[in-house]
Design a protein around this ligand. Structure first.
Ligand code: NAP
Length: 504
């Protein structure tokens, strides 16, 4: 790869440097950025945590992570030796304000060696409880003042509800300028997700149809086969609404529903997205009952293997009220989308792992063909498949070859694998590079996060305050509770699924 963009000298300080996220995602992403030539000649990665590593033993641990999880496979010795010379470790408890001075000394030394002032990126890959203390301790150690060069990356979840998100935003605002704060939603870094904007705004074909006059409804479905696994502790305090809808699914909805930005400038794009959240219809108590469905999986079988129900998972309350599935009907009340339903669905232990956006267009105003010709009649659909298949397919009606006039739906397909030979970068590669470049387009602004919380709070409150008597209400390997089918069937639609062999 020939990088088209120059990056400045950078020091990454990774809080949670011994954790799962760093091992599986961040370290492999940084290594691949290095392999592809995106990192500057002068860069340093300082991992930190309480575990006692030396630089050397820390490098060995990172290598294991990279060998297991890097998209480019096992590290080549020569390349790894080169990369690992830039990796360091510092033992530090985030609560110990004294140790932050050591970060300062290390950064000063890099600056002196490199004869420059490097960008410094503090990446908070730790429990959200630690976000405030780390930000405050960085400020106390005077490590945050350079608004041009110092950035802080905050992992999800950003807040536990609207109040805690506001509190965290308020604290960060006392220390950092908004242009220094990078709130990550890794979904936004996915190639297929970024492509939604390219697809919408670089083609003249779709925009004239992209409104209530032509679109009947939209579905956004992010389903997982995995259960909660060993994350019961975390998930008990979260649930599908907080873990997926408030961030990933609402961000996808914003990309589908946003107005055309006048440029690809970060502020402009983020303004257009937050307008969508503000235009979304707020839920009253009856709306929660009528337009939102929650579910929790029971034990069952997945691919020939018996799997426990959610309440039987480790660190889960045997009478847990936490939802592992949510389906919600939203509306965006503006000229473009008035009365077009947006159905969002997400859940664990479902039949298929897939993230798919389906846009169903309205039917033709009049069918000119005899009824027998159109038994398999289907309205036009645009299906944006984010993962695991990466494709966009436009389903149109066509005449089946033969002497009779039989119609059926066929796909016009753009699929990444068939079109491009180069491997798509991982979302974290894109996002880390953007952080280095100071580009916030794919990160969430404070008001965006708060608007998303505001929208889900009535649902969250209703579900928390009223224990579900029907849990568990769907079995592993199903498509979720029956009520979720009813939610959409009441409007005359059904949930779409995309067979993963790519065929209809
Ligand atoms: P994890 O595996 O539990 O790692 C936690 C990290 O925090 C460890 O490096 C641990 O290091 C460090 N830590 C804990 N207490 C500390 C203390 N007092 N002082 C210094 N370091 C301390 O968690 P994770 O899965 O990596 O997740 C980290 C964050 O990323 C969370 O906010 C999570 O929600 C978010 N996230 C994770 C993923 C993922 O795929 N894992 C995906 C999206 C978002 P020591 O034990 O060495 O101190």
């Amino acid at each position: 790869m020939n990088p088209t963009i120059h990056t400045d000298p950078t020091v990454f300080v990774i809080f949670g440097g011994t954790g799962d996220l760093n091992m599986r995602k961040l370290a492999p992403a940084l290594y691949n950025l290095f392999l592809d030539g995106w990192l500057p000649a002068n860069f340093a990665i300082i991992g930190t945590g309480r575990t006692k590593y030396t630089d050397e033993s820390y490098r060995e641990t990172l290598l294991e992570g990279i060998n297991s999880f890097s998209r480019s496979g096992k590290a080549e010795k020569k390349k790894w030796d080169e990369f690992s010379q830039h990796v360091f470790y510092q033992v530090s408890d985030v609560k110990d304000a004294e140790t932050y001075k050591e970060f300062g000394s290390k950064i000063d030394k890099f600056n002196a060696d490199w004869k420059t002032k490097a960008n410094v990126i503090y990446y908070l890959a730790v429990s959200p409880n630690f976000f405030p203390i780390i930000a405050s301790n960085l400020a106390k150690a005077k490590l945050t003042a350079d608004t041009k060069r110092v950035r802080i990356v905050i992992e999800k979840p950003f807040g536990h509800d609207l109040d805690s998100a506001k509190e965290l935003n308020a604290l960060l605002a006392t220390i950092f300028d908004e242009c220094q704060i990078y709130r990550i939603d890794h979904y936004l870094g996915k190639e297929t997700v970024q492509n939604i904007m390219a697809f919408r705004f670089a083609n003249s074909l779709f925009e004239p149809l992209w409104n209530r006059n032509y679109i009947e409804h939209v579905q956004i479905s992010v389903t997982e086969q995995l259960g909660v696994e060993d994350r019961g502790d975390y998930y008990e305090g979260s649930g599908a609404l907080r873990d997926m809808i408030q961030n990933h699914l609402l961000q996808l909805l914003c990309l589908v529903a946003m107005e055309t930005p006048i440029s690809f400038d970060a502020a402009e794009v983020r303004d257009r997205k937050v307008e969508v959240l503000r235009a979304m219809r707020k839920f009253g108590p009856d709306d929660v009952r009528n337009s939102a469905v929650r579910g929790q999986y029971s034990k069952g079988w997945m691919q020939g293997k018996e799997v426990p129900g959610y309440r039987e998972e480790a660190n889960v309350n045997p009478e847990s009220n936490t939802e592992t599935f949510a389906a919600i009907k939203f509306f965006v009340d503006n000229w473009r989308w008035k009365d077009v339903p947006f159905y969002l669905r997400t859940g664990k232990r479902l039949h298929q792992s897939a993230s798919v956006i389906t846009i169903q267009f309205k039917d033709v105003p009049h069918r000119v063909f005899p009824s027998e010709s159109s038994e398999s009649w289907q309205q036009n659909r645009l299906i944006i498949s984010i993962q695991p298949e990466m494709s966009i397919r436009l389903q149109v009606q066509a005449k089946r070859p033969g002497l009779d006039m039989i119609l059926n739906a066929v796909d016009m397909v753009f699929d990444y694998k068939g079109t491009y030979t180069n491997q798509a970068p991982e979302a974290y590669e894109t996002l880390l590079l953007d952080t280095m470049l100071g580009d916030q387009t794919l990160f969430m602004r404070g008001d965006q996060v708060e608007s998303a919380w505001e929208l889900v709070m009535p649902i969250l409150n209703a579900w928390q305050n009223k224990k579900s008597l029907s849990f568990p209400n769907y079995s592993a390997d199903s498509w979720g509770p029956e009520n979720a089918e009813a939610l959409i069937a009441r409007d005359g639609f059904h949930w779409f699924t995309l067979p993963l062999n790519g065929k209809k």
